[in-house]
Design a protein around this ligand. Structure first.
Ligand SMILES: Nc1ncnc2c1ncn2[C@@H]1O[C@H](COP(=O)(O)OP(=O)(O)OP(=O)(O)O)[C@@H](O)[C@H]1O
Length: 458
C-alpha cells in the first residue's frame, strides 16, 4: 500500500476510472480526480497531493496553462506532473517537457509503463526534497546559528524539518536565546527566502496602532489616517511575517489574527474589501503562554493555530559547551582585524557564569571586553563586573526562598535603583534590549519615578 496521493485531471470520466483502476492495482489509495482545470488550486490547497496526472487538452483551460499555474505557485511547484496526451498532442507534450514536466505518456496508457513512471517521479521528488532539506541543514550549520551541543543541534534539525513547508511555527525560549535568529533562519532556508522577511515586536507597538500596522488602513479610516497604508501582512506577501512577543497581542486583536490565519485574507481598517495574502507566520514569546491560555489571557483557539510546530530554545546555561564557540564568534565579530584571543582565566570566567540574559548578554559582554581591553588577550578584568563578582552559591533554604518571578522583579528593581532608573544602562547590565526591559516593567508593574532621568531617550 502506498501513502502517496495522486490527482488525475482529465475531462473523460471513463478514462479517469481506467487510470484509477491501474493506480489502485499498484497500491495507491488516495486518488483524487477533476474533470476540469479551474478547481485545481482549491484541490491542492485542501489535500496533500504528491503527483499529478494531467490531460493536455481540457475543456476550460489548456493543460500547458494549468501546468504553469501550478508551477508558479511555490506551495505546489515541487509536485511532479506527468502529462497524458491524446493522439496528435505529442508536440505540445514536448513543449511541456521543456517547461519542466516530469514526463508524458500517450493514450492508451500501458499500466506497467504508468506505474513505473509514477514510482520513478515520486522517488525523484522525495530525493529532491531530501537534498533541499540537507542543503538547509548545511546552510543553518554553516552560517547563522552557532553551536554543537545536542540541544542546539536539535533546534537546527527542527528548522530543517519545517523550513520547506508552510506550517506556522512557534518559537519559545527565554529572552536572548536566539528566537529572532531562528525565525530568520526558517525564512532564509525556505522557498520564500527571496521574498520579504518582516519582523514585528508586538510589545513595542502601542496596541491602538497595532491593528492598522498589521492589516493596513484606508485614507480617512480614522483621525490621523491621512493616507492609505499597507500593513505588515501585505508587505510580507509571499514571504514570512515574524510576530515577536505574540503574548502582547491585545485580546481584541486576537480573533482578527485567527481569521487571517484561517482565511488567508485581510481587511484593512476602513475598507470592505478582503485581500488575499500569502504569508508564512512565525511567532515567538518568552512568556509562559500555556499559563496565559489557562488564565484566559490568550485565546486557546489562536494558540493552537500558531503552535502547529514549535521550537524550544534552551537557555545558554543548559548548553555550556557552546559558550566558548559563541564567545569566539563574538570576539571575531568585534575585533575582526586585531584577532584578539581570551586568556585562560577569562574564558573560564565566561564558561562559569550563568548568563541570565543568555546569548545577547554574552554578545554584549564580549563587546564590552573588546572595548576595555588594551592587549591582544582579553583578561578576566576586561569582562563586565557581573561576571567578576560571581561567587559560589551559598547553601539554600528552599522554604524561605522567593519564586523565580519574585526574584526577577526584585533583581529588576535593584538594577534600576543602581542605575538611578536609567533604563538604557539598566538594560545593558541585564543583557536585554531596552524594549524588553520596558515590557518587563509593565508586566511587573514597576513604575519609574517621574523626576528620574528626564533626558533619557524614550
Ligand atoms: N546560536 C546562535 N549563534 C550565534 N548568535 C546567536 C545565536 N543565538 C542568538 N544569537 C545572537 O544573540 C543575540 C540575541 O538573539 P535574538 O535577538 O534572536 O534573541 P531573542 O530570543 O529573540 O531575544 P528577545 O526575547 O529579547 O527578543 C543576537 O545578536 C543573535 O544574533
Amino acid at each position: 500500500m502506498s501513502k502517496e496521493s495522486i490527482l488525475i485531471i482529465d475531462d473523460n470520466e471513463l478514462y479517469i476510472d481506467a487510470l484509477e483502476a491501474i493506480l489502485r492495482d499498484d497500491g495507491y489509495e488516495e486518488i483524487f480526480a477533476l474533470t476540469k482545470g479551474h478547481n485545481v488550486l482549491a484541490t491542492l490547497e485542501n489535500n496533500k497531493i504528491d503527483l499529478i496526472l494531467l490531460d493536455i487538452s481540457l475543456p476550460d483551460v489548456s493543460g500547458i496553462e494549468l501546468y504553469s499555474r501550478i508551477k508558479e505557485n511555490k506551495l505546489y511547484s515541487h509536485i511532479p506532473i506527468i502529462f497524458i496526451t491524446g493522439h496528435g498532442d505529442v508536440k505540445i507534450a514536448v513543449e511541456a517537457m521543456k517547461l519542466g514536466a516530469f514526463y508524458f505518456l500517450s493514450k492508451p496508457v500501458q499500466p506497467y509503463e504508468l506505474q513505473t513512471l509514477i514510482r520513478c517521479a515520486l522517488d525523484n521528488s522525495k530525493l529532491q526534497r531530501e537534498i533541499a532539506s540537507l542543503k538547509v541543514q548545511l546552510q543553518t550549520n554553516q552560517s547563522l546559528i552557532i553551536g554543537k551541543t545536542p540541544a542546539i543541534k536539535k533546534v537546527m534539525t527542527r528548522i530543517a524539518q519545517v523550513a520547506h513547508c508552510d506550517a506556522t511555527v512557534f518559537v519559545k525560549g527565554e529572552s536572548g536565546t536566539g528566537k529572532s535568529l531562528v525565525a530568520k533562519a526558517i525564512h532564509e532556508s525556505s522557498l520564500r527566502s527571496k521574498h520579504p522577511f518582516i519582523a514585528i515586536d508586538c510589545g513595542a507597538i502601542p496596541s491602538s496602532l497595532l491593528e492598522s500596522e498589521l492589516f493596513g488602513h484606508e485614507k480617512g479610516a480614522f483621525t490621523g489616517a491621512v493616507r492609505k497604508k499597507k500593513g505588515f501582512f501585505l508587505r510580507a506577501h509571499q514571504g514570512t511575517l515574524f510576530l515577536d512577543e505574540i503574548t502582547n497581542l491585545p485580546l481584541e486583536l486576537q480573533p482578527k489574527l485567527l481569521r487571517v490565519i484561517q482565511e488567508r485574507e485581510i481587511t484593512p481598517i476602513g475598507s470592505d474589501k478582503e485581500i488575499k495574502v500569502d504569508v508564512r507566520i512565525v511567532t515567538a514569546t518568552n512568556d509562559n503562554i500555556e499559563e496565559m491560555v489557562n488564565e484566559g489571557k490568550f485565546r486557546r483557539d489562536l494558540y493552537y493555530r500558531l503552535n502547529v510546530f514549535s521550537i524550544d530554545l534552551p537557555p545558554l546555561h543548559q548548553r555550556r559547551e557552546d559558550i566558548p564557540l559563541l564567545a569566539q564568534h563574538f570576539l571575531n565579530k568585534y575585533s575582526p582585524n586585531t584577532k584578539k584571543s581570551f586568556s585562560k582565566e577569562a574564558m573560564q570566567t565566561i564558561i562559569n557564569y550563568d548568563w541570565p540574559g543568555n546569548i545577547r548578554e554574552l554578545d554584549h559582554a564580549i563587546e564590552h571586553a573588546v572595548i576595555i581591553s588594551n592587549s591582544k588577550e582579553i583578561q578576566k578584568q576586561d569582562l563586565p563586573s557581573a561576571l567578576q563578582s560571581k561567587t559560589s552559591s551559598p547553601s539554600l533554604n528552599f522554604d524561605s526562598l522567593y519564586t523565580l518571578k519574585e526574584m526577577e522583579k526584585k533583581y529588576l528593581e535593584k538594577v534600576l535603583m543602581h542605575t538611578s532608573y536609567n533604563q538604557t544602562q539598566a538594560a545593558k547590565i541585564l543583557g536585554i534590549e531596552r524594549k524588553s526591559l520596558w515590557r518587563k516593567l509593565k508586566r511587573f508593574e514597576i513604575s519609574i519615578p517621574q523626576n528620574e532621568n528626564p533626558n533619557e531617550a524614550k
